[in-house]
Design a protein around this ligand. Structure first.
Ligand code: ADP
Ligand code: ADP
Ligand code: ZN
Ligand code: ZN
Length: 754
């Protein structure tokens, strides 16, 4: 078939980050897959150039009023971008929206169900608002549509052994010296130096429970007196812990405990909405069903007045299943979803949209997906294309590369050794090409041969686990081996390992993709501890104090306090960062930059990549850390790159590098191949083996079949997801799993191995 030509988006002279002044064409209304080792520049091209420029131009079309409220995107470093279209970025950022955001609201399926119930539900509850827990008409009055009620634990809000002056009020906003604190301590009702437990009953009541305006304080400066609990309930109780920063948040979580709302049973809905039924089911019943079952329940609604809505809603729910999310229910809070799940939920919403001629960009959409579901994900990408959109996907999975209309391979290496287009064209050519991707695709696939499998030195038992969907699972995890836990998404892998392992093995180290604390000023150098020997080296060689060579100490640029950037908080948006004009992003004050070791300043060192630093440093303690960073595939990172710019996969591997110490430890890794190219996966596997050989135990949750094949022991969960999963369907070696072939993982492994 001859395909129509819709022209191309032309990128000319792209130089963002490490891009090497490159030109590429991205065919419109086609599926383009961008490949290459990690750090080769895929994101710089797709997200930081294409998507950023489209976003910037879109924002420029808004009124000045709106623009003032939008983050200002800097112009990407590129000569020209022609025929660009409006962009939608479907990434792995968690879905926000707090407790009011659910799978139902995020996919728009919830809105369709509400319309269906408002027309066909009996008795009728009214319009569709009456079925929305985010609308005053529809929400349960007791919990305000949150499904949970909060209870204040008084014993955590005050310390009765202390006096007011001594910090008896433990919530930070009520702390000593704060305005609220003054309204109690200086009210004239109490002696602020007396411990609370010595208060009379009346004083206790006044301190804790007096309503606003009920009492006039003896001190006329305290204009409106209100008890601690009354004030806390009014100002804070309805908020979510996420709304607060560190200390306040910790205190809040200690003080407020949450439980299912007794009125609505957690369904969030008011009485009228809960009692309106279709086929004997309420909207709350449907919201609680897992998507795989919900499809049939929706299809069974045969009221002709809602037929088009039913068809639409059923199709949307079906897409959840196709994307391997059939185990989710619509009432599941989006805050509990993983990055990969979040990305696929967003994808469902876009597939239901009728807009066309958009540019969709995806960031590794197969993350978290079992090989069984990757194929179907590919079909949905093609569906999005066939609705008239241009789809660009950054991806490492060969199953997605193979269906691409066009491939762009970045490389040849990472960091400054990358940034070039090494191949452009159809998949067939990519496989044959002399690129690392081509080599990776041609490499033979083998499993760990039976004799090579390690004998465990003992076992750790998880007994009768039954969190979420787990059905009384008992497993023995081998000590001193590499165990891979497999199973389709939603089968219960995280529930089992993350949920139960810490109870039986408290010293387990979970290395995941979550952000690193305080990471706006953290860098690979500070995070790994490598800065200490580097500072010592500079101090010894120059005679200046070591603190001068730290961007978090005396050496800091006074303008940006060593961050290199100035961060502006925007109330309702992601903040904006701009490069510090004083140090021009170098973090250090001039004085620190005057001292040189082998011709380089400390600021120069921060700009070196790990690979360059390995050539520069001869000192053992510094090299040891650099080698570890290189081992985990991060040799392209600069020592001073802000950790907030790292992807989830890079963060996880950085944590791994920061942890690598002498043996005897127990590590859990959650999909460590995220963001890794085929060639990088080989390195990662070698590293995992070395860790085990050094006496550590590794449990890895993974879908990547190369990692599965490299395991000593496999625990396969399933057979399906949600209530169809939660059981151990296979335990044994990779060879036995492939030979058995009765499980999804076994079947795919057998097919994969040559
Ligand atoms: P990929 O997506 O292929 O993994 P990236 O485009 O993320 O690669 O990175 C290419 C290079 O640009 C790497 O050396 C990376 O460290 C660097 N880089 C990426 N983002 C930033 C940033 N925000 N600031 C500085 N350097 C960056
Ligand atoms: P996997 O790790 O294999 O993808 P999970 O352990 O995340 O599987 O999920 C197993 C089951 O537990 C699924 O039905 C999922 O919807 C449910 N589940 C997981 N986390 C939560 C949560 N925070 N709240 C409610 N249900 C959850
Ligand atoms: Zn309620
Ligand atoms: Zn500065």
């Amino acid at each position: 078939m001859i395909q129509a030509d819709y022209g191309s988006i032309e990128v000319r002279g792209a130089r963002e980050h490490t891009l090497n002044d490159i030109d590429v064409d991205i065919p419109k209304r086609r599926l383009t897959v961008v490949t290459g080792v990690s750090g080769s520049g895929k994101s710089s091209l797709v997200f930081d150039t294409l998507a950023a420029e489209s976003q910037r131009q879109l924002n420029a079309t808004f009124s000045a009023f709106a623009q003032n409220r939008l983050p200002s995107y800097g112009q990407p470093d590129v000569d020209r971008l022609s025929h660009l279209c409006a962009v939608t970025v479907v990434d792995q950022k968690r879905l926000g929206g707090g407790a009011r955001s659910t799978v139902g609201t995020a996919t728009d399926i919830g809105a369709r169900l509400r319309l269906i119930f408002s027309r066909a539900g009996r008795p009728s509850a009214g319009y569709s608002h009456a079925f929305s827990f985010n609308d005053p008409q529809g929400m349960c009055p007791r919990c305000q549509g949150l499904g949970v009620v909060s209870v204040v634990d008084e014993t955590q809000l005050v310390d009765r052994d202390r006096s007011l002056d001594d910090g008896a009020l433990t919530f930070p906003a009520f702390g000593v010296g704060q305005w609220f604190w003054r309204s109690y301590a200086r009210s004239g009702f109490f002696d602020p130096s007396v411990p609370l437990r010595e208060y009379s009953d009346e004083q206790w009541r006044i301190l804790m429970y007096a309503e606003q305006g009920e009492l006039k304080a003896p001190n006329p400066d305290v204009t409106s007196y209100e008890g601690v609990i009354a004030r806390f309930n009014r100002l804070y109780l309805h908020k979510e812990a996420d709304a607060f920063k560190d200390k306040t948040r910790e205190a809040f979580e200690r003080i407020v405990t949450r439980g299912t709302c007794p009125d609505c049973g957690g369904t969030r809905l008011a009485e009228a909405a809960r009692s309106s039924l279709i086929n004997g089911r309420s909207i709350a019943d449907l919201n609680a069903m897992q998507a795989d079952d919900l499809v049939d329940a929706i299809r069974a609604i045969d009221d002709p007045s809602v037929a088009p809505l039913v068809k639409d809603a059923a199709e949307q729910v079906e897409r959840l299943g196709v994307l391997g999310l059939g185990y989710l229910s619509l009432d599941r809070a989006t805050s509990t979803l993983s990055g990969g799940e979040s990305q696929r939920v967003k994808m469902v919403r876009h597939l239901g949209s009728s807009l066309s001629d958009l540019l969709y960009v995806f960031d590794e959409p197969t993350v978290g997906l079992h090989p069984r579901d990757v194929h179907r994900l590919g079909e949905l990408l093609l569906e999005l294309r066939d609705k008239g959109n241009t789809v660009v996907v950054v991806e490492h999975d060969p199953e997605i590369m193979v269906i691409a209309d066009h491939c762009i391979d970045m490389g040849p290496g990472a960091g400054r050794a990358g940034g070039t287009v090494t191949y452009e064209g159809p998949y067939d050519g990519l496989v044959k090409s002399e690129t690392r991707t081509g080599h990776g695709l041609r490499a033979p696939r083998v499993s760990r041969d039976g004799d090579a499998v390690r004998t465990p030195s003992g076992h750790i038992r998880i007994e009768q686990a039954s969190t979420h969907n787990l059905r009384d699972v008992t497993v023995d995890l081998p000590l001193g081996g590499l165990t891979v836990v497999t199973g389709v998404a939603g089968s219960g892998k995280s529930s089992l390992i993350r949920g139960h392992l810490p109870a039986v093995r408290p010293d387990v180290v979970m290395l995941d993709q979550s952000p690193v604390r305080g990471s706006r000023r953290s860098t690979p150098a500070t995070f790994t501890g490598m800065l200490d020997p580097i500072r010592t080296l500079f101090a010894r060689a120059t005679g200046a104090p070591a603190a001068l060579f730290s961007p978090n100490s005396d050496g800091a640029c006074p303008e940006c306090q060593g961050a290199g950037v100035i961060f502006t908080d925007l109330a309702f948006m992601d903040g904006v960062t701009t490069v510090c004009e004083v140090c021009r992003g170098r973090r250090f004050k001039d004085e620190a930059q005057q001292y040189l070791v082998r011709g380089r300043s400390i600021a120069d060192v921060f700009e070196m990549s790990v690979a360059e630093a390995l050539e520069f440093f001869t000192e053992k303690p510094i090299r040891a850390v650099l080698m570890r960073l290189s081992d985990v595939g991060l040799d392209y990172l600069t020592l001073g790159q802000t950790l907030t710019t790292l992807s989830g996969g890079e963060r996880q591997r950085l944590k791994l590098a920061g942890e690598l110490v002498a043996g005897g430890r127990f590590y859990v890794l959650d999909e460590p191949t995220t963001g890794l190219h085929l060639a990088d996966v080989d390195h990662l596997i070698a590293l995992l083996h070395r860790l085990v050989d050094e006496g550590n135990t590794l449990v890895v949750i993974e879908h990547n079949l190369d990692v599965v094949a490299a395991a000593d022991w496999i625990i396969d969960l399933g057979p399906g997801a949600g209530h169809d999963g939660g059981k151990v369907v296979f335990e044994g070696t990779p060879a036995a799993l492939a030979a058995d072939g009765s499980t999804h993982t076994g079947a795919y492994l057998a097919r994969y191995l040559t």
